[in-house]
Write a protein that binds this ligand. Structure first.
Ligand code: TUI
Length: 315
């Protein structure tokens, strides 16, 4: 059995799941595995320069013919170069994060790409709808990395009521129950990040994956509120240091400086004690490393079971 929604139709994919375009973690290997297994794999550009990301596009195109995406992190100093790269390489789907992609929407669509911004509020969702984006990803504060304030449970139905374009839910989804839940909230699919970090195809260090496997329900905490760019990471000596500095009202610029480069340290070098271990609140539920295909098939099957079981509530 299959889950067919407006999202599978819009993107010509088989499973209504988009993989989060996580900086450093969402490489060509992970994106290709997700796309090959029927979801939408997404390369995360993060703060990387365009030549580095072009190699990831090469990898995906070598490994699969299926559609894939590229996430443009709009705070990146290389964002403009990544936009040019995505246009030149005709990337089928563009997702954006950490800002308003308004000025790029038309050129991507004229070039044949679908544009799906991540939004943390109803106001931004409405603005994006006016720009004719293809869909929005409503990301709740449960997500890892750079986050907004509203929870997935409250944001998704409010966005679904406010716009007529497809809404994809993100933040807190890692299994079939979560996918079934966001369908109930009005979403046509989910974007999933943290669960895919604990996949065999993900290139993150063993230490990073282990930190997620060992995390409990209250371990994914927020730092950097004073900087205006709050980030959810797993608790460690870095988050304790940042917390202490924020309590002392240290200059937010200094806090940003300390955080800079720390994601690479954790993902690539395996320094999970003093690196930034970005992960969502659902980390506490992830207990094993599987192939991407096993993860996607299990989520789909469980979601169908949950939906069928809930029909039994109707008497
Ligand atoms: O972008 C993400 N998650 C990320 S980006 C990232 S790299 C980074 N590292 C340190 C500081 C900042 C970023 C790690 N994780 N998620 C999507 C997302 N987008 N969450 C929230 C937003 C967002 C916020 C404000 C989207 C639009 C927005 O618009 C503000 C405006 O311009 O009106």
């Amino acid at each position: 059995m299959q889950l067919k929604t407006e999202l599978t139709q819009l993107l010509d994919i088989e499973i209504p799941i988009i993989q989060g375009g996580m900086a450093w973690v969402a490489t060509g290997e992970l994106a290709a595995a997700v796309s090959a297994a029927g979801g939408l794999g997404v390369i995360g550009a993060g703060n990387a320069p365009a030549d580095v990301i072009e190699k990831e596009i090469d990898k995906v195109e070598k490994l699969t013919d299926k559609p894939f995406g590229l996430n443009i992190m709009l705070l990146s100093p290389f964002a403009e170069d990544i936009v040019k790269l995505a246009l030149r390489r005709n990337v089928p789907v563009i997702t954006t994060g950490a800002g308003n992609p308004g000025k790029y929407v038309k050129m991507f669509q004229e070039n044949g790409s679908k544009v799906i911004p991540v939004i943390p509020s109803v106001a931004l969702a409405k603005r994006m709808e006016r720009l004719n984006v293809d869909a929005v990803i409503a990301e709740g504060t449960e997500a890892g990395g750079h986050i907004g304030e509203l929870t997935t449970m409250t944001l998704v139905p409010q966005v679904a009521d406010a716009v007529d374009i497809p809404v994809i839910a993100a933040g807190g989804v890692a299994d079939g129950r979560g996918l079934a839940a966001v369908f109930s909230l009005g979403a046509v699919g989910a974007q999933i990040g943290t669960r895919f970090v604990c996949s065999e195809e993900c290139i993150a260090s063993e230490q990073y994956k282990k930190a997620i496997l060992q995390a409990g329900d209250r371990d994914a905490i927020v730092t950097g509120r004073s900087t205006g760019h709050p980030v959810r990471n797993l608790k460690n000596s870095l988050t304790r240091e940042l917390d202490a500095l924020e309590k002392k009202c240290v200059d937010p610029k200094k806090i940003e400086e300390i955080g800079s480069g720390k994601l690479r340290e954790a993902v690539i070098e395996g320094n999970v004690d003093h690196g930034s271990v970005m992960a969502g609140q659902i980390a506490g539920m992830i207990k094993d490393i599987k192939t991407v295909k096993m993860i996607l098939d299990e989520i789909t099957e469980n979601c169908i079971e949950v939906l069928e079981e809930k029909l039994n509530l109707i008497k």
